[in-house]
Write a protein that binds this ligand. Structure first.
Ligand code: AMP
Ligand code: ZN
Length: 432
Protein backbone atom coordinates (compact mmCIF):
# COMPACT_ATOMS: atom_id res chain seq x y z
CA UNK A 1 0.00 0.00 0.00
CA UNK A 2 1.18 3.45 -0.77
CA UNK A 3 0.15 6.77 0.63
CA UNK A 4 1.11 10.35 -0.01
CA UNK A 5 0.83 11.28 3.65
CA UNK A 6 0.71 7.99 5.54
CA UNK A 7 0.55 9.49 9.00
CA UNK A 8 -2.59 11.53 8.40
CA UNK A 9 -4.23 9.11 6.00
CA UNK A 10 -4.01 6.14 8.37
CA UNK A 11 -4.30 7.85 11.74
CA UNK A 12 -6.42 6.17 14.43
CA UNK A 13 -9.83 7.70 15.08
CA UNK A 14 -8.83 8.88 18.56
CA UNK A 15 -5.74 10.62 17.31
CA UNK A 16 -7.65 12.24 14.46
CA UNK A 17 -10.37 13.48 16.82
CA UNK A 18 -7.75 14.98 19.12
CA UNK A 19 -6.00 16.63 16.17
CA UNK A 20 -9.27 18.05 14.86
CA UNK A 21 -10.31 19.28 18.31
CA UNK A 22 -7.04 21.16 18.68
CA UNK A 23 -7.37 22.71 15.22
CA UNK A 24 -10.96 23.66 15.83
CA UNK A 25 -10.01 25.46 19.04
CA UNK A 26 -7.35 27.39 17.16
CA UNK A 27 -9.67 28.17 14.25
CA UNK A 28 -12.40 29.57 16.50
CA UNK A 29 -9.96 31.80 18.33
CA UNK A 30 -8.29 32.84 15.06
CA UNK A 31 -11.55 33.83 13.39
CA UNK A 32 -12.70 35.68 16.51
CA UNK A 33 -9.48 37.65 16.66
CA UNK A 34 -9.26 38.40 12.94
CA UNK A 35 -12.72 39.02 11.52
CA UNK A 36 -15.53 41.29 12.63
CA UNK A 37 -18.00 38.85 11.14
CA UNK A 38 -17.14 35.91 13.41
CA UNK A 39 -16.60 38.08 16.48
CA UNK A 40 -20.10 39.45 16.02
CA UNK A 41 -21.55 36.04 15.27
CA UNK A 42 -20.03 34.42 18.36
CA UNK A 43 -20.96 37.37 20.54
CA UNK A 44 -24.55 37.14 19.29
CA UNK A 45 -24.58 33.43 20.13
CA UNK A 46 -23.18 34.17 23.60
CA UNK A 47 -20.07 32.09 23.00
CA UNK A 48 -16.56 33.13 23.99
CA UNK A 49 -13.83 31.57 21.83
CA UNK A 50 -12.40 29.78 24.88
CA UNK A 51 -15.73 27.97 25.36
CA UNK A 52 -15.00 25.60 22.48
CA UNK A 53 -12.56 23.10 23.95
CA UNK A 54 -13.22 19.89 22.07
CA UNK A 55 -14.49 18.65 18.75
CA UNK A 56 -17.93 17.70 20.15
CA UNK A 57 -18.51 21.30 21.13
CA UNK A 58 -18.58 22.28 17.46
CA UNK A 59 -22.36 21.77 17.63
CA UNK A 60 -22.62 24.91 19.76
CA UNK A 61 -21.29 27.07 16.96
CA UNK A 62 -23.67 28.84 14.57
CA UNK A 63 -23.93 27.79 10.91
CA UNK A 64 -22.95 29.80 7.88
CA UNK A 65 -24.71 29.89 4.54
CA UNK A 66 -24.06 31.27 1.10
CA UNK A 67 -25.82 34.50 2.07
CA UNK A 68 -23.23 35.19 4.80
CA UNK A 69 -20.61 35.02 2.06
CA UNK A 70 -22.61 37.26 -0.24
CA UNK A 71 -23.32 39.82 2.46
CA UNK A 72 -19.61 40.12 3.18
CA UNK A 73 -18.49 40.47 -0.43
CA UNK A 74 -15.73 41.02 -1.28
CA UNK A 75 -13.29 41.28 1.65
CA UNK A 76 -15.47 40.91 4.74
CA UNK A 77 -14.47 37.34 5.59
CA UNK A 78 -10.81 37.71 4.78
CA UNK A 79 -8.83 37.15 7.97
CA UNK A 80 -5.42 38.28 6.72
CA UNK A 81 -4.09 41.67 5.58
CA UNK A 82 -4.41 42.33 1.85
CA UNK A 83 -0.65 42.18 1.34
CA UNK A 84 -0.57 38.61 2.65
CA UNK A 85 -3.08 37.44 0.06
CA UNK A 86 -1.23 35.89 -2.86
CA UNK A 87 -4.11 34.42 -4.87
CA UNK A 88 -7.83 34.82 -5.29
CA UNK A 89 -10.38 32.50 -6.87
CA UNK A 90 -14.14 32.75 -6.98
CA UNK A 91 -17.23 30.71 -7.72
CA UNK A 92 -19.35 31.41 -10.76
CA UNK A 93 -22.00 33.34 -8.85
CA UNK A 94 -24.77 32.39 -11.26
CA UNK A 95 -27.22 34.21 -9.06
CA UNK A 96 -25.34 37.43 -8.45
CA UNK A 97 -21.91 38.27 -7.13
CA UNK A 98 -19.21 35.60 -7.15
CA UNK A 99 -17.95 34.15 -3.87
CA UNK A 100 -14.25 34.98 -3.55
CA UNK A 101 -11.66 32.96 -1.62
CA UNK A 102 -8.35 34.52 -0.68
CA UNK A 103 -5.27 32.37 -0.19
CA UNK A 104 -2.22 33.07 1.94
CA UNK A 105 1.09 31.46 1.05
CA UNK A 106 0.39 28.70 3.53
CA UNK A 107 -3.14 28.19 2.19
CA UNK A 108 -1.72 27.54 -1.27
CA UNK A 109 0.82 25.13 0.17
CA UNK A 110 -1.88 23.26 2.05
CA UNK A 111 -4.15 23.21 -0.97
CA UNK A 112 -1.35 21.80 -3.11
CA UNK A 113 -0.75 19.18 -0.44
CA UNK A 114 -4.43 18.17 -0.32
CA UNK A 115 -4.55 18.00 -4.11
CA UNK A 116 -1.44 15.85 -4.29
CA UNK A 117 -2.86 13.58 -1.60
CA UNK A 118 -6.15 13.18 -3.44
CA UNK A 119 -4.46 12.51 -6.77
CA UNK A 120 -2.14 9.97 -5.22
CA UNK A 121 -5.19 8.28 -3.67
CA UNK A 122 -6.72 7.98 -7.15
CA UNK A 123 -3.48 6.45 -8.42
CA UNK A 124 -1.74 9.38 -10.15
CA UNK A 125 2.04 8.90 -10.18
CA UNK A 126 5.15 10.70 -11.36
CA UNK A 127 5.11 8.72 -14.61
CA UNK A 128 1.69 10.10 -15.59
CA UNK A 129 0.83 12.68 -18.21
CA UNK A 130 -2.05 14.75 -16.79
CA UNK A 131 -4.26 16.79 -19.04
CA UNK A 132 -6.21 19.45 -17.17
CA UNK A 133 -9.33 20.11 -19.23
CA UNK A 134 -11.01 22.40 -16.71
CA UNK A 135 -11.26 26.16 -17.25
CA UNK A 136 -8.19 28.11 -16.10
CA UNK A 137 -9.97 31.15 -14.79
CA UNK A 138 -11.30 32.56 -11.57
CA UNK A 139 -12.63 29.04 -10.90
CA UNK A 140 -10.65 26.89 -8.50
CA UNK A 141 -10.77 23.60 -10.41
CA UNK A 142 -8.01 23.85 -12.97
CA UNK A 143 -5.44 25.55 -10.75
CA UNK A 144 -6.04 23.10 -7.91
CA UNK A 145 -5.68 20.04 -10.10
CA UNK A 146 -2.67 21.59 -11.78
CA UNK A 147 -0.85 22.00 -8.45
CA UNK A 148 -1.66 18.47 -7.34
CA UNK A 149 -0.32 16.85 -10.48
CA UNK A 150 2.76 19.06 -10.44
CA UNK A 151 3.56 18.19 -6.82
CA UNK A 152 3.46 14.51 -7.61
CA UNK A 153 5.93 15.25 -10.37
CA UNK A 154 3.65 14.16 -13.20
CA UNK A 155 3.79 15.97 -16.52
CA UNK A 156 1.04 18.57 -16.66
CA UNK A 157 -0.71 19.70 -19.85
CA UNK A 158 -2.88 22.74 -19.08
CA UNK A 159 -5.28 22.54 -22.05
CA UNK A 160 -8.06 24.31 -20.11
CA UNK A 161 -11.64 23.56 -21.16
CA UNK A 162 -13.11 23.91 -24.65
CA UNK A 163 -11.43 23.49 -28.06
CA UNK A 164 -12.52 19.88 -27.91
CA UNK A 165 -10.86 18.88 -31.15
CA UNK A 166 -7.56 20.10 -29.77
CA UNK A 167 -8.16 18.18 -26.54
CA UNK A 168 -8.44 15.00 -28.58
CA UNK A 169 -5.32 15.81 -30.58
CA UNK A 170 -3.37 16.40 -27.38
CA UNK A 171 -4.69 13.20 -25.78
CA UNK A 172 -3.53 11.22 -28.79
CA UNK A 173 -0.26 12.98 -29.63
CA UNK A 174 1.07 13.63 -26.12
CA UNK A 175 -0.11 10.23 -24.90
CA UNK A 176 -2.11 11.62 -22.03
CA UNK A 177 -2.64 9.01 -19.30
CA UNK A 178 -4.82 10.98 -16.85
CA UNK A 179 -7.66 13.28 -17.87
CA UNK A 180 -9.14 15.83 -15.48
CA UNK A 181 -12.50 17.34 -16.39
CA UNK A 182 -16.16 17.28 -15.46
CA UNK A 183 -17.91 13.98 -16.21
CA UNK A 184 -20.10 15.61 -18.83
CA UNK A 185 -17.09 17.11 -20.58
CA UNK A 186 -15.51 13.65 -20.57
CA UNK A 187 -18.51 12.46 -22.60
CA UNK A 188 -18.19 15.45 -24.94
CA UNK A 189 -14.50 14.62 -25.49
CA UNK A 190 -15.31 10.94 -26.08
CA UNK A 191 -17.89 11.88 -28.71
CA UNK A 192 -15.41 14.17 -30.43
CA UNK A 193 -12.91 11.30 -30.47
CA UNK A 194 -15.44 9.16 -32.28
CA UNK A 195 -16.29 11.94 -34.70
CA UNK A 196 -12.59 12.39 -35.49
CA UNK A 197 -12.16 8.65 -35.98
CA UNK A 198 -9.81 8.29 -33.00
CA UNK A 199 -10.48 4.93 -31.38
CA UNK A 200 -9.96 4.52 -27.66
CA UNK A 201 -7.34 1.84 -28.38
CA UNK A 202 -5.18 4.50 -30.06
CA UNK A 203 -4.92 6.60 -26.92
CA UNK A 204 -3.10 5.99 -23.63
CA UNK A 205 -5.77 7.19 -21.19
CA UNK A 206 -5.89 4.98 -18.10
CA UNK A 207 -7.49 7.22 -15.49
CA UNK A 208 -10.07 9.99 -15.45
CA UNK A 209 -10.60 12.22 -12.43
CA UNK A 210 -14.00 13.82 -12.71
CA UNK A 211 -15.67 16.26 -10.37
CA UNK A 212 -17.52 19.56 -9.93
CA UNK A 213 -20.86 17.89 -10.71
CA UNK A 214 -22.53 14.55 -10.02
CA UNK A 215 -21.49 11.42 -11.91
CA UNK A 216 -24.02 8.64 -11.37
CA UNK A 217 -22.75 5.04 -11.54
CA UNK A 218 -24.47 4.76 -14.90
CA UNK A 219 -22.68 7.83 -16.26
CA UNK A 220 -19.41 6.56 -14.81
CA UNK A 221 -19.85 3.33 -16.78
CA UNK A 222 -20.41 5.28 -20.00
CA UNK A 223 -17.33 7.43 -19.42
CA UNK A 224 -15.18 4.39 -18.65
CA UNK A 225 -16.41 2.51 -21.66
CA UNK A 226 -16.07 5.38 -24.09
CA UNK A 227 -12.60 6.49 -22.97
CA UNK A 228 -11.25 3.08 -22.01
CA UNK A 229 -10.12 4.37 -18.61
CA UNK A 230 -11.05 4.10 -14.94
CA UNK A 231 -13.21 7.02 -13.79
CA UNK A 232 -12.78 8.36 -10.27
CA UNK A 233 -14.94 11.06 -8.68
CA UNK A 234 -13.46 13.97 -6.80
CA UNK A 235 -15.19 16.60 -4.75
CA UNK A 236 -14.67 20.13 -3.62
CA UNK A 237 -16.32 23.50 -3.34
CA UNK A 238 -15.11 27.06 -3.69
CA UNK A 239 -15.97 27.94 -0.09
CA UNK A 240 -13.43 25.35 1.16
CA UNK A 241 -10.89 26.64 -1.36
CA UNK A 242 -11.82 24.37 -4.26
CA UNK A 243 -11.14 20.74 -5.14
CA UNK A 244 -8.96 18.61 -2.87
CA UNK A 245 -11.62 18.22 -0.21
CA UNK A 246 -12.37 14.56 -0.98
CA UNK A 247 -11.75 11.88 -3.58
CA UNK A 248 -12.59 8.24 -4.18
CA UNK A 249 -9.84 5.69 -3.89
CA UNK A 250 -9.69 2.87 -6.41
CA UNK A 251 -12.20 0.88 -4.32
CA UNK A 252 -14.83 3.41 -5.52
CA UNK A 253 -16.64 3.00 -2.23
CA UNK A 254 -17.05 6.56 -1.00
CA UNK A 255 -14.87 9.66 -1.08
CA UNK A 256 -12.03 9.92 1.44
CA UNK A 257 -12.31 13.36 3.01
CA UNK A 258 -9.15 15.26 3.90
CA UNK A 259 -10.68 15.64 7.33
CA UNK A 260 -7.54 17.07 8.93
CA UNK A 261 -8.21 20.16 6.78
CA UNK A 262 -11.98 20.03 6.23
CA UNK A 263 -14.13 18.73 9.07
CA UNK A 264 -17.43 17.27 7.82
CA UNK A 265 -20.75 16.95 9.63
CA UNK A 266 -24.19 15.82 8.49
CA UNK A 267 -27.23 17.69 9.72
CA UNK A 268 -30.96 17.52 9.24
CA UNK A 269 -31.59 20.49 6.91
CA UNK A 270 -34.95 21.20 8.56
CA UNK A 271 -34.13 21.00 12.27
CA UNK A 272 -30.38 21.73 11.85
CA UNK A 273 -29.52 19.02 14.36
CA UNK A 274 -26.54 16.73 13.71
CA UNK A 275 -27.54 13.29 12.44
CA UNK A 276 -26.07 9.99 13.66
CA UNK A 277 -23.29 8.54 11.53
CA UNK A 278 -24.54 6.84 8.39
CA UNK A 279 -27.72 8.86 8.06
CA UNK A 280 -28.28 10.99 4.99
CA UNK A 281 -28.60 14.74 5.35
CA UNK A 282 -26.95 18.05 4.52
CA UNK A 283 -23.18 18.19 4.47
CA UNK A 284 -21.55 20.89 6.60
CA UNK A 285 -17.86 21.77 6.54
CA UNK A 286 -15.48 23.61 8.83
CA UNK A 287 -11.97 24.49 7.71
CA UNK A 288 -9.33 23.48 10.25
CA UNK A 289 -6.16 24.99 8.81
CA UNK A 290 -7.18 28.01 6.76
CA UNK A 291 -5.66 31.46 7.09
CA UNK A 292 -7.20 33.52 4.27
CA UNK A 293 -10.90 32.72 4.54
CA UNK A 294 -11.50 30.33 7.44
CA UNK A 295 -15.03 28.96 7.42
CA UNK A 296 -17.02 27.61 10.33
CA UNK A 297 -19.93 25.20 9.82
CA UNK A 298 -20.74 26.04 6.23
CA UNK A 299 -23.98 24.51 4.98
CA UNK A 300 -23.06 23.15 1.56
CA UNK A 301 -26.63 22.20 0.49
CA UNK A 302 -25.13 18.90 -0.73
CA UNK A 303 -26.90 15.76 0.43
CA UNK A 304 -24.90 12.71 1.45
CA UNK A 305 -23.84 10.57 4.42
CA UNK A 306 -20.59 9.81 6.26
CA UNK A 307 -18.90 6.53 7.14
CA UNK A 308 -16.05 6.21 9.62
CA UNK A 309 -15.21 2.55 9.04
CA UNK A 310 -11.67 2.14 7.71
CA UNK A 311 -11.45 1.41 3.99
CA UNK A 312 -9.98 -1.69 2.31
CA UNK A 313 -7.34 0.61 0.81
CA UNK A 314 -5.87 1.10 4.30
CA UNK A 315 -7.02 4.68 4.77
CA UNK A 316 -8.85 5.62 7.93
CA UNK A 317 -9.93 9.03 6.61
CA UNK A 318 -13.69 9.34 6.92
CA UNK A 319 -15.63 8.48 3.80
CA UNK A 320 -18.42 10.53 2.32
CA UNK A 321 -21.10 8.83 0.20
CA UNK A 322 -22.13 9.84 -3.27
CA UNK A 323 -23.69 13.28 -3.47
CA UNK A 324 -27.36 12.45 -3.88
CA UNK A 325 -28.30 15.97 -4.90
CA UNK A 326 -28.50 19.46 -3.48
CA UNK A 327 -31.26 20.79 -1.30
CA UNK A 328 -31.57 23.62 -3.82
CA UNK A 329 -31.96 21.39 -6.88
CA UNK A 330 -34.36 19.00 -5.27
CA UNK A 331 -37.63 19.10 -7.16
CA UNK A 332 -40.94 18.45 -5.48
CA UNK A 333 -43.45 17.34 -8.05
CA UNK A 334 -46.90 16.24 -7.00
CA UNK A 335 -45.60 15.91 -3.45
CA UNK A 336 -42.73 13.61 -4.48
CA UNK A 337 -39.12 14.75 -3.97
CA UNK A 338 -36.57 13.89 -6.56
CA UNK A 339 -33.17 14.89 -7.87
CA UNK A 340 -31.92 15.09 -11.46
CA UNK A 341 -29.34 12.38 -10.69
CA UNK A 342 -32.10 9.88 -9.86
CA UNK A 343 -33.62 10.47 -13.26
CA UNK A 344 -30.21 10.12 -14.90
CA UNK A 345 -29.72 6.71 -13.27
CA UNK A 346 -32.99 5.45 -14.67
CA UNK A 347 -32.41 6.87 -18.14
CA UNK A 348 -28.88 5.57 -18.59
CA UNK A 349 -29.91 2.10 -17.54
CA UNK A 350 -31.46 1.81 -21.01
CA UNK A 351 -28.83 0.99 -23.56
CA UNK A 352 -30.73 2.85 -26.28
CA UNK A 353 -30.36 6.11 -24.34
CA UNK A 354 -27.37 8.48 -24.64
CA UNK A 355 -26.08 10.48 -21.65
CA UNK A 356 -27.62 13.73 -22.87
CA UNK A 357 -30.85 15.00 -21.43
CA UNK A 358 -32.59 18.17 -20.38
CA UNK A 359 -35.27 18.25 -17.72
CA UNK A 360 -37.97 20.85 -18.36
CA UNK A 361 -40.19 22.14 -15.60
CA UNK A 362 -43.40 23.84 -16.65
CA UNK A 363 -46.84 24.68 -15.30
CA UNK A 364 -50.01 22.97 -16.37
CA UNK A 365 -52.74 25.00 -14.75
CA UNK A 366 -51.64 25.17 -11.14
CA UNK A 367 -49.71 21.94 -11.29
CA UNK A 368 -46.02 21.51 -11.95
CA UNK A 369 -45.20 19.36 -14.90
CA UNK A 370 -41.91 17.64 -15.68
CA UNK A 371 -40.82 16.55 -19.09
CA UNK A 372 -37.47 15.46 -20.31
CA UNK A 373 -35.77 15.69 -23.68
CA UNK A 374 -33.41 12.76 -24.18
CA UNK A 375 -31.08 11.74 -26.95
CA UNK A 376 -30.86 8.14 -28.05
CA UNK A 377 -27.60 6.63 -29.25
CA UNK A 378 -26.86 7.56 -32.88
CA UNK A 379 -27.13 3.94 -34.05
CA UNK A 380 -30.51 3.45 -32.41
CA UNK A 381 -31.76 6.72 -33.92
CA UNK A 382 -30.55 5.80 -37.40
CA UNK A 383 -32.34 2.43 -37.39
CA UNK A 384 -35.48 3.34 -35.45
CA UNK A 385 -39.07 2.79 -36.45
CA UNK A 386 -41.88 4.94 -35.06
CA UNK A 387 -43.16 2.00 -33.03
CA UNK A 388 -39.70 1.54 -31.48
CA UNK A 389 -39.68 5.05 -30.11
CA UNK A 390 -43.18 4.66 -28.78
CA UNK A 391 -42.37 1.44 -27.00
CA UNK A 392 -39.07 2.80 -25.65
CA UNK A 393 -40.89 5.86 -24.30
CA UNK A 394 -43.38 3.64 -22.56
CA UNK A 395 -40.73 1.43 -21.03
CA UNK A 396 -38.73 4.42 -19.79
CA UNK A 397 -41.83 6.11 -18.48
CA UNK A 398 -42.93 3.01 -16.59
CA UNK A 399 -39.53 2.55 -15.02
CA UNK A 400 -39.51 6.19 -13.89
CA UNK A 401 -42.98 5.76 -12.44
CA UNK A 402 -41.85 2.63 -10.56
CA UNK A 403 -38.64 4.11 -9.22
CA UNK A 404 -39.34 7.79 -8.72
CA UNK A 405 -43.08 7.64 -8.32
CA UNK A 406 -44.69 9.87 -10.92
CA UNK A 407 -45.15 10.24 -14.65
CA UNK A 408 -42.73 12.26 -16.73
CA UNK A 409 -43.27 13.06 -20.40
CA UNK A 410 -40.37 11.70 -22.41
CA UNK A 411 -39.40 13.22 -25.72
CA UNK A 412 -36.66 11.48 -27.66
CA UNK A 413 -34.67 13.91 -29.75
CA UNK A 414 -32.12 13.58 -32.51
CA UNK A 415 -28.53 12.83 -31.43
CA UNK A 416 -26.31 15.92 -31.01
CA UNK A 417 -29.23 18.32 -30.53
CA UNK A 418 -28.87 18.83 -26.77
CA UNK A 419 -26.14 21.36 -25.94
CA UNK A 420 -22.81 19.73 -25.04
CA UNK A 421 -21.03 20.73 -21.87
CA UNK A 422 -17.46 21.94 -21.52
CA UNK A 423 -17.79 22.26 -17.76
CA UNK A 424 -20.74 21.72 -15.45
CA UNK A 425 -23.76 20.59 -17.46
CA UNK A 426 -27.06 22.41 -17.25
CA UNK A 427 -29.60 19.65 -16.69
CA UNK A 428 -32.72 21.54 -15.69
CA UNK A 429 -34.62 24.25 -17.54
CA UNK A 430 -37.23 25.91 -15.39
CA UNK A 431 -39.95 27.27 -17.67
CA UNK A 432 -42.45 27.93 -14.92
P1 AMP B 1 -18.17 25.20 -6.93
O1 AMP B 1 -18.04 25.93 -5.66
O2 AMP B 1 -18.66 26.02 -8.07
O3 AMP B 1 -16.93 24.44 -7.24
O4 AMP B 1 -19.32 24.11 -6.72
C1 AMP B 1 -19.28 23.21 -5.66
C2 AMP B 1 -20.45 22.29 -5.75
O5 AMP B 1 -20.33 21.44 -6.90
C3 AMP B 1 -20.57 21.34 -4.60
O6 AMP B 1 -21.14 21.94 -3.47
C4 AMP B 1 -21.41 20.25 -5.21
O7 AMP B 1 -22.77 20.61 -5.22
C5 AMP B 1 -20.91 20.18 -6.63
N1 AMP B 1 -19.91 19.10 -6.76
C6 AMP B 1 -18.58 19.19 -6.73
N2 AMP B 1 -18.01 17.96 -6.87
C7 AMP B 1 -19.02 17.08 -6.96
C8 AMP B 1 -19.12 15.67 -7.09
N3 AMP B 1 -18.05 14.90 -7.18
N4 AMP B 1 -20.36 15.12 -7.13
C9 AMP B 1 -21.45 15.87 -7.06
N5 AMP B 1 -21.44 17.20 -6.94
C10 AMP B 1 -20.25 17.81 -6.89
ZN1 ZN C 1 -10.17 3.74 0.30
Amino acid sequence: MEFWDEKMETMSRDEMTAFQGERLRETVKYTYDNTDFYRQKLNDAGIAPGDIRSLEEITRLPFMTKSDLRDNYPYGLCAIPREDVIRVHASSGTTGKPTPVFYSKRDLENWGHCMARTFYTAGVRKTDVCQIALGYSLFTGAFGHHMGAERIGAMVIPTSSGHTERQVMVIRDFKTTVLHCTPTYAITIAEKMMEMGVHRSEVSLRLGIHGAEPMTEELRKEVEEKLGSVAIRDFGLTEMGGPGVAIECLEKDGYHVNEDFYFPEIIDPETLTPLPEGETGELVFTTLQKEGVPIIRYRTRDITHLNRTPCVCGRTLIRMGEIKGRTDDMMIIGGVNFFPSQLESVLLDFEEVAPHYLIRLSKKGRLDKVSVDVETTPSYWANRQDEDIKSLSERVQNRIKDIIGFTIDIRFVEPMTIARSEGKAKRVLDER
